[in-house]
Every structure is written in structure tokens, then in C-alpha cells.
Write a new protein. Sequence first.
Length: 418
Amino acid sequence: MEVKPGYKQTEVGVIPEEWECPRIRDAAAKSSNATVGGPFGSDLVSADYVESGVPVIRGQNMSFSFVTGDFVFVSEKKARSLSANLAHPKDLVFTQRGTLGQVAIVPDGSFESYLISQSQMKVSLDRPRHDPHFLHQYFTSAAGQKQIVTSAIQTGVPHTNLGILRAYRFPAPPLPEQRAIVEALSDVDGLLGGLDRLIAKKRDLKQAAMQQLLTGQTRLPGFHGEWEVRRLGEIAKIQRGASPRPIDSPVWFDDSSPVGWVRISDVTRAGMFLLETTQRLSPLGVKHSRPVATGSLIMSICATVGRPIITQIDVCIHDGFVVFDNLEADQRFLYYVLKWIEPDWSKHGQTGSQMNLNTGLINGTRISVPPLPEQTAIATVLSEMDGELAVLEQRREKTRALKQAMMQELLTGRTRLL
């Protein structure tokens, strides 16, 4: 591939000629223990945890740009005995096993030091040459994540080690340009953080609204009638799906068919409405399953139990779902009731190889039901809240896409800020 003047081909792709392409081991501080992993398993066990002291960085503390969250602690004495495994502000922490690709910066101001667990590795950088925020942006970019994943050891549970970490390469512009790139990307991170907080707040508000409206604790203006307690089986005909056997036979499936085959994964990644399925049934498959018309309310009863969804396409359901037909209630109201009680299903379901619900339990479940006009009004309020959340989530996805495009330009030097 021809490289345009002023650029060069490197292990991380084409970058400006004046940029370097060092390994982590070349960018680490010259001090001892600049790149280390966690202590040996027997050196840090749950019995070492105390109420306060030096925080321990575990996988659940690595979900954001900075190490954060609920920590467990070890005593100062224990931390001193494991001083080689300590991380300090502005160090980078990488996950070694578990959720590979997690990278976080140790923050300033919270604690003087942190102990990394057996599942993490830390890097102390030569900061006069390398900005940890720049390396964080690179290793959370698509290119950096690909390097982490493709270099991992795939036997058993995918994992990595210090040798692999030290060999990671990254593009390294001069420090002033690193900082300019970090500043530009941090502005977008600020937008994303604001959207994340707003979405979380809206979700909390919706949960509170469901608590109040679906239980009658708060009544919408103009509604005063009494509510009834009814069994689900009294307000719907609840029928379980059917699966053609053997389920993996190719004769049941046809990608050109207009009839979808609903799988649990189709439901778990969708919202209120099912718009598509990953598989489609042949006419023979439809004959041996349970067809469900567009606009039906279905619910998963196996594995992910109690997840309701309204179909927007013609589908068939297997015996891991039920369909609610002949409704004597507002469909969207019932959908929100099912969403509200979804977390409770697992307390009453049957356990085997997978959690599951039987139709007798579902039929006998009691819910509070207001008059139909109030049902519709409640469903409308909650639907509007869902609509607001959907707009914010779409905005967040667009902002994430914008950041990825910016990273592609700035972290390769295609667009220069200095």
C-alpha cells in the first residue's frame, strides 16, 4: 500500500513520520515495578478484606474511564506487604482475565494507592514522554481493543499476561500533541457522560412512575374508580409455544420466509416491540410450531424469564414463550405490568438446567387492574417516557459513533491538531 508523503507504515498502521510506535515496555517508567500484575492467589484472599484501608481494584471497578465503584479494602499493613502490586494516581490498569479490553486510569485525589487484584495488571508510564490519558484513549479505541483481543491467549478462558501487555504497541505523537488529542476527545467524553447521567436519571424516574402508577399509589388526573385484583388467566388466554423436533433440522428454516422464529436473544436485545428475528421458519416449520400474528403480546418463560414484548411481524414461538391472546385489558398496560413484575418471576419459577415458568403459575398470578380508560392513560404516560429514553439513547449512539470517527482520525494522525 502506497503511503503518502509525511507518513510511514508501522505495526499500528500508517502514522505521521515524526510519531513513534513504542511498546508499553519502552513507555513505562524506569522505576521498579512499573509494569506488574496482581499478587499470587494465596497472597490475597477474601479473609484479608477489612472495612477500610487501601482499596482493591477488581473487575467491577474497571467499567469506566477511571477506576471507581464499590471497593473492598485491605489494611495498610497488608498493602505494605504487597507493595510491588500497588497502583498509584495516573497509572493505567488493564484487565488480565475476565472482561478483556477493560482499561482504566487510577484517579487523582481519592486514595494515595490501590492494590490490584489477581485479575489486573498496572502500568506506570514515563509521564514526561507519555500522557496516560492518551494511552487510555488509544487502548479503548477500536484499534487498541483489537490488539488486546487478538493477542490474548485463547486456551480455556481468554486471558493475557505481563509479557503480552509489555509488547502492546501504540502510536505516540509528541507530548503536546498527545495532550491536544486528549482534550478534543475528552470534550466528546463529557457529552457522553452527560447523556449517560441523563439516561440513568430518566430510567430512575420511569421506575418510580411504574411503581406509583401500576400499583394505584398515584392516580392520574380525572380517574377515581376502584381497581380490581384479577388473575392473568382471567384477562387473557395464555398459550405456550411449540417447537418442531429436532429443533436443529434445516428443514424447519428458510431465510426467505416472512415468518420469524423467536429466540430468547431476539427478545433480550429488543425494547417494547419485536421488529426482527435472526431466524425464519419454512412453511413446514410454521406448521409444527405456534404461529403468532403481528401485534401480539408474548413473554419468555425459559432462561430469561418474564421478558414481555409486542410483536411487529408475523412470528412463531417455541415452548420457551407464551402468548397472551383475547385480552380483556389494554395491551400496553399489560406489557408494563409484566415488565414491572419481571424481576419477581425468578423467585417463583422452576429451576432445572435453566430457570423456567409454567403456565399454571402465570395464569394464577394476580395483578391490580384499573378501569380500561385508566389503563390506557397509564400506558400512554409510560410509553411517552420510553420515547424520551429512546431519543436520548439514539443521541448517545450517534455521539459514540462520532467519537469513534474522531479517534480514527486523531489517533492515526490523519487529522492533526498541532
